[in-house]
Design a protein around this ligand. Structure first.
Ligand SMILES: O=c1[nH]c(=O)c2[nH]c(=O)[nH]c2[nH]1
Length: 298
């Protein structure tokens, strides 16, 4: 039997970077989790242990910190592009870089009556995590996917689920008024690797996020699948710089509690928030004629 090496990549996962920018007494904070993965002419290290083509993962970690100091950190997509282009350009053996970044957001603490010079206190925001995945290869092809995760949302009415298929194992009662709650993971593919026209990645991200939230709130839902499509559609119709949205929506079930044993009714007011199992609804929504994704989702 002949054995051959298949696809492979290697890198430093989850380099935690906190970058403080000191603007006099006012500090700015970036809190990132950076993962780099490189691939290329890596047969020798796998087949013979010759590491001459391998830029150590330790170096990749160091590059994150050095670039944070040298170039600063503003938009995560731009920082990821900088790292990806650097690695592909730095060694002939490296032909492809994938850089994934998560950004945790912090809000300022501004105490009432504060004299104004204490601008270095922050509280971690509950507004979800911002994400991106950038690919760049030695042929100059680049893809940018932005996203968010852990954005927890709830509609306390305006959600139904009935008319579903049934078999001998189906016990679910049809629902005409239920809670719909989910923790949104959304990723969206930019049509071009260039910065969003007329704006920044910051503005683009804020607007896509707004579209997702507004569509969630404004859709009278007959299924979480329908809500997923409405969310992706709203983002694509509003933001021409993106061409595909992928969503993963865990259905955070909320079951009405039977209060009859206590002589109480429950007109949709008291719920048990189940932890697991949960339904997991996933899907992609694309603009018609969207350019090919290439390696964007790898
Ligand atoms: O919105 C829903 N979609 C489903 O596919 C499903 N399945 C289920 O048990 N509850 C729900 N809710």
């Amino acid at each position: 039997m002949t054995v051959v090496l298949g696809p492979n990549r290697y890198g430093k996962a989850e380099t935690r970077l906190v970058r403080v920018t000191r603007d006099g007494g006012v500090h700015h904070l970036k809190d990132l989790n950076v993962s780099t993965a490189l691939s290329g002419d890596m047969e020798d290290t796998h087949l013979t242990g010759d590491n001459s083509a391998v830029l150590p993962t330790d170096t990749q970690k160091n590059t994150v910190y050095a670039f944070a100091r040298r170039h600063g950190v503003d938009q995560i997509e731009e920082f990821a592009l900088l790292l990806a282009r650097h690695h592909v350009g730095s060694q002939p053996s490296i032909r492809h870089a994938r850089v994934e970044i998560e950004e945790y957001s912090w809000d300022r603490i501004t105490p009432a009556g504060d004299p104004g010079d204490r601008r270095h206190s922050f509280v971690r925001s509950g507004a979800g995590v911002r994400t991106c995945v950038v690919h760049h290869d030695a042929d100059g092809r680049t893809t940018v996917v932005s996203g968010l995760a852990d954005l927890t949302v709830m509609n306390t009415t305006g959600s139904e689920f009935h008319g579903f298929a049934r078999d001998e194992y189906t016990t679910l009662a049809p629902a005409t008024d239920r809670i719909l709650a989910t923790a949104v993971t959304a990723r969206w593919r930019h049509a071009s690797p260039d910065p969003p026209p007329g704006g920044s990645y910051a503005e683009s991200h804020a607007e896509v996020r707004r579209c997702l939230l507004e569509a969630f709130a404004q859709t009278h839902s007959l299924s979480l699948q329908q809500t997923l499509y409405a969310m992706g559609r709203r983002a694509l119709e509003t933001r021409p710089e993106i061409c595909e949205v992928r969503l993963a929506l865990p259905n955070r079930h909320h079951f009405p509690v039977d209060l009859e044993p206590f002589g109480l009714d429950n007109p949709g007011e008291v719920f048990y928030a189940a932890d697991r199992p949960y339904g997991l609804i996933e899907g992609a929504v694309l603009s018609e004629g969207a350019p090919g994704a290439g390696f964007a989702w790898d």
